[in-house]
Design a protein around this ligand. Sequence first.
Ligand code: BGC
Length: 680
Amino acid sequence: MNDYEKKARELVKKMTLDEKIGMIHGDGLFVTKGVPRLGIPPFVFSDGPCGVRQDFAKKEWKAASYTKDRVSYLPCNSAVAATWNRSLAKKTGKVLGEEARGRGKDMILAPGVNIKRSPLCGRNFEYFSEDPYLTGELASSLIDGIQRNDVAACVKHFAVNNQETDRWDVDTIVDRQTLDEIYFPPFRKAVDRGADAVMGAYNLLNSEHCCHSHFLLDEVLRGEWSFDGTVVSDWGGVRNTEEAALTSVDVEMSVYNNFDDYYMASPMKKLVQDGRIREQEIDKKVIHILVMMQKLHMLPGQKRKAGNYDTVSHQKKLLRTAEESIVLLKNKNDVLPLDINPGEKILLIGENADRTHAPRGGSAEIKALYEITPLLGLSAGLGGNNQVDYLPGYISGTDEAAQEAAWQAFSLGGDAASRQGIMTSDDIERINEKLCEEAMRVAPQYDHVIFIGGLNHAEDQEGHDRKDMSLPYGQPELISKLLTVCPGMIVVLIGGNPVEMDPWVDDAKALIWMYYNGMEGGKALAEVLTGKVNPSGHLPVTFYKKLSDCSAHRIGEFGKKGRVEYKERDLVGYRYLLEEGIEPQFPFGYGLSYTSFQISDITRSGNTVTFSVANTGERDGSCVIQIYRDHPGRKYHQLCGFTKVKVPAGGHIQAEITAEAPDIAELYIGEDCVRCSKID
Ligand code: BGC
């Protein structure tokens, strides 16, 4: 028994049952009760993965409306994954931890490490990848960064929370081998690398509620993985008092204001008083919490680190992450980077050129100190000698400004809904036709035309899955038409999930993908467009040609209510495509650069691979080298190692990757899951 546990046990002995119960359930939306007479403070939680969430009234979902809770807005976890850079993930985590501590929080409810099983899941922007190794590596680096600041990270949502449809009640049926190969490894790695807390998921796994599943929490998490940290329920995720008492969930957090009626509040106390549950069961939970509090230096006599938020240093770090997350998907004839001469005129078309994303998406929403849009980033970066204009080209009708615009446009003759500022889909279609005509007419007058569209948090949102993978709001037609009048138009898509790229993708010369990229996202994009930064992001997911190429959809087992069976087993994402020989639009791991690289002198000793990377172009650049291994009994190979290296123009460097694979595994090396070759 270590000193923290000894002290925790001593404290528990002095506590009344009421005091213990106060520590194991929410006394407000984001806080539990402390025990002031013993010097134990209340414990304060906050979302989430994109920064520290705004404050709410203690017991109501009512924004506190302060100015003091404006914070740094981080690139979402998918963007962090697209960097393929562990050190940046750690630095990003450090920013999050410092901001959380600066805001007086004890636990940040991040990161989310659920596997992206389908490109329709509304929360995918909060998650990293379809691949367990990439997710585990970057999430654990991020957690390491967070926890440097006397703040606990809470890895969520344990487990298989891969769809939002019916998220409170859906029973996910997954066999043990699939759990071990695909869905568990990121959680396991987070635990092995010292995550202080784990959050249970809302859904059921094999008919047990995850928040008090004996299999998940007792057998796997505490048993097989020896997790000795704290297990927190998702908000409102506990559904049974007795099961919660007897399994390893330590804290129940809730969403409504009858906090004392919740399962682990008065009903739990009554079970103990009636002799149906031993008080020691409660003690175990309190001990976990008290050990964590000591690790965070929260108890009297301990010296706790101070945090900070909204610092210039945070902004700089987030810019770096944003820059490295941008993925160049096409660049025919090297049309990028743009060569913009003084006096040339630039036109940005598309709602995402002038739209902020921070304040939406669900619990990952952020009240950002600022958010640089692409329009602002490009205008500010060009130095005033160029005219930069913006045309919407389309509207999504999903924000107040657009609603207002619609009201203006239709106030003289629209229907009743549009007069009240609520647009119908017919209204949006009619407006979009006009906006398309306008863009087609105006665009040819410009020297450079950049389309910046994609998704927004009306699609990528907690509690909701997309219906299909199409690019919404008439964008496919708009892009196709614009490419006929401006064949050199650059296409930039922003979003949290892949979209179909038919029928325009073959016609577009240049294509950039950017995830929701934080407060400096627009600046980072401008730097990539103009060549100040050489892109080095790689896709952390497969971009399918069509939805039915994704295994979960092929078998019709996604987004159903009641019960979803993971019959595709381990054939998730690129594994399925490689197994079946299906061609993706863009493969997992893919990403271009303004220069090119060549790998040579590959040697292998056990599971360590050494090689040389040459930069054969004229710009300095960073390259992501990936190692895959074979999978016994399957045709596919799976990611088991990677490194990101910076190589100066014309130069070369030596690098080494230790693969997470047995010595006897076949290994492959390359720049994505398709362009890789077997190591002899
Ligand atoms: C979400 C969690 C979040 C919690 C607190 C839940 O609805 O699933 O991810 O941390 O709310 O806001």
